[in-house]
Structures are given as structure tokens and as C-alpha cells.
Write a protein that binds this ligand. Structure first.
Ligand code: THU
Length: 159
């Protein structure tokens, strides 16, 4: 498993994983939000006119960003969180530790249902999501989620 490095100037310190992999990661929510706001300026949202930006802190300290990209065939539009996941993987991989998503007001926008599932695959249940109140764990936003353990179980129990 990748090791995280400390990110200084943060407003929140969290302990990631247990045992010898335990690391303390500092999350600078203000910086994440401003990265998300900057990304939202690149949004391609001519159909909904709702620009969205997202920024994630990866477990190696990288900050990856993305914006929504819509399409004339409405259902093909990509959420900002999809772009963040692509940036994470194409920029070297790793896991997300914290994510901020903003709308045009600069306020926190909660990830849609599809994106919650997508984020689970690249941040896990402990991924922290920015919120107007306190940050939320993805596990609380997507309870009883379908995950890799379900695939394993079905494969194991298949007659
Ligand atoms: N959108 C996102 O980018 N992320 C979300 O979690 C919710 C919605 C985008 C999709 C679409 O381009 C616009 O917001 C309006 O729904």
C-alpha cells in the first residue's frame, strides 16, 4: 500500500489505516475548496448551466482536480467527480483521502449517487467529503454499499 506524506498547513489531521501502514494526513479543506473552485471555471456545462468543480487530496499528497463535461446527448455528461478519478489514475494512481466538490456559488455540492459509488472504488469508505457542516465519511453517504467483498462472496458461494 502507498504511504501518505504529511500535507502541511491543514485544518484537519486524520489517521489513515491501522498497524504499520498507519499515517497521519493533514487535510487543508480551504485549499481543496479553492482548487475545486478553480477547476469549476473550466466546466463545460452549456446544457445545464451548472458548472461544477472538484478537488481531491490523494494519499501521496497530490491534489487532483476535475470539472463536469456535458454532452448534447444529455445522458453522456460526465460529473466533475468522474474527471477527478480520471486525473487521479492517469496522474499515477493512488487513493483519495479527501474530496471537495463545489457549485457556481463556491459552496459544497454533495456528490450524486452514481459518483458516490465511483468514489468508493478510489477512496474507500473512509474517504472524507467536504460538507457545509462537518466533513462526511463516504461510508455515511453510501451506507451498505456494494463493494469488492460482495463480488468475492458471490464468487465463493456460487454453486
Ligand atoms: N454534477 C456533477 O458534476 N457532480 C455531481 O455530483 C452532481 C452533478 C453535474 C452534472 C451536470 O453537468 C450538472 O452538474 C447538473 O446536473
Amino acid at each position: 500500500m502507498r504511504k501518505s506524506r504529511n500535507v502541511t498547513g491543514g485544518t484537519e489531521c486524520i489517521q489513515r489505516w491501522g498497524g504499520e501502514d498507519a499515517m497521519t494526513v493533514s487535510i487543508d479543506w480551504k485549499a481543496l475548496r479553492s482548487n475545486a473552485i478553480a477547476a469549476s471555471k473550466h466546466a463545460y456545462a452549456p446544457y445545464s448551466e451548472v458548472p461544477v468543480g472538484a478537488a481531491a487530496l490523494a494519499d501521496d499528497g497530490r491534489v487532483v482536480t476535475g470539472c463536469n463535461v456535458e454532452n448534447v446527448s444529455y445522458g453522456l455528461g460526465l460529473c466533475a467527480e468522474c474527471a477527478v478519478v480520471c486525473a487521479l489514475i492517469s496522474g499515477g494512481g493512488g487513493r483519495m483521502v479527501a474530496l471537495a466538490v463545489v457549485d457556481a456559488t463556491g459552496g459544497a455540492l454533495m456528490p450524486c449517487g452514481r459518483c458516490r459509488q465511483l468514489l468508493l472504488g478510489h477512496g474507500g469508505p473512509e474517504l472524507l467529503i467536504d460538507h457545509a457542516g462537518a466533513p462526511r465519511r463516504l461510508a455515511d453517504l453510501l451506507p451498505e454499499a456494494f463493494g469488492p467483498a460482495d463480488l468475492e462472496r458471490v464468487r465463493r458461494e456460487k454453486p
